[in-house]
Design a protein around this ligand. Sequence first.
Ligand SMILES: [Zn+2]
Length: 256
Amino acid sequence: MSLYTDQISHLRALQGVDDEIHDIQCQIESAPAEVQKLEKGFAALDSQREWIKDKIKHLQDQQRRLNYDIKDEEARLSNSRNKLMQVQNDHEYQAVMREIEIMKRQNTTRQDELAALRDELTKQEENLAAQEQEWEAARSALETQQSGLEERLAGCRAALEELSAKRTSVGSAIEPPILKRYEFIRNRLRHPVIVPVDNGVCSGCHMMLPPQHFIELQRGTSILSCPSCQRMIFWSPSVAEEGQADTAAPEQEQEN
Ligand SMILES: [Zn+2]
C-alpha cells in the first residue's frame, strides 16, 4: 500500500468516526426541540381546556344566580298573592294584580334564560369531555419525552466520550500535517471533511472538478482538495474496489 492510499484510508476511517460524532451531535441538538414541540402542543390544549373550564364555571355561577332570583321572585309572588286576600278596594286589587303580572313575566324570562344556560352548559361539558382524552394523551406523551430526554442526552454524552477516544487513536495513524489539514477543514466547513469524487463530481459540493485536477486525483500521489468547497477528495472507484462505498451515503443526506 502506498503512503497515499494508506493515508486516504486512515482519513476515511477518521471521517467514519466523525460521521458517528456528527450523528450524535444532531441527535443532541434535535432532542430538546422534540420535547419543546410536545410542550407547545400540550400548552395549547391545556389553555383550551382551561378556557372551557372557566366557561363552565361562569355558566354555573350564572345558573346559581338565576335559580336564586327565581326562588326570590317566587317568594315575592306568594307574598303578593297573600296581599291580594287583604285588599280593601278595587284600586288596590288592580295594583297588586299588576305587580303579580310583572313578576310572572320576569320569571318566565328567567326560566327561558335558565333553559338557554343549561343548553350551553351541556354543550361545554361535552366539549370538555371530548377534549379530555386528547389532553391526557398529550400530557403523558410529554412526560415520557421529558423523562426520556435526560436519559437520551446522557447516553449521547457517553457515546461522544467514547468516540472522542476512538478518534484520537484513529487520528494517530495520520501524518501530523495531513491531520492538521483535516482538523482545519472540520472546524470551518460543514460535515464531512473528506469526500469521494464520483464521475468527476465532488460529492461534497456537487461541482465538477476541472479536468486537470481530476487527472491528478486519479494519479493518486498527493491528497487534493476540491477547488470549490476545499474538502479533501479521493477518487471514488477506489471505494468500489475496496468494497466500502458506504461513506458517500451519510454525506449525501447531509447536503439535503
Ligand atoms: Zn467540493
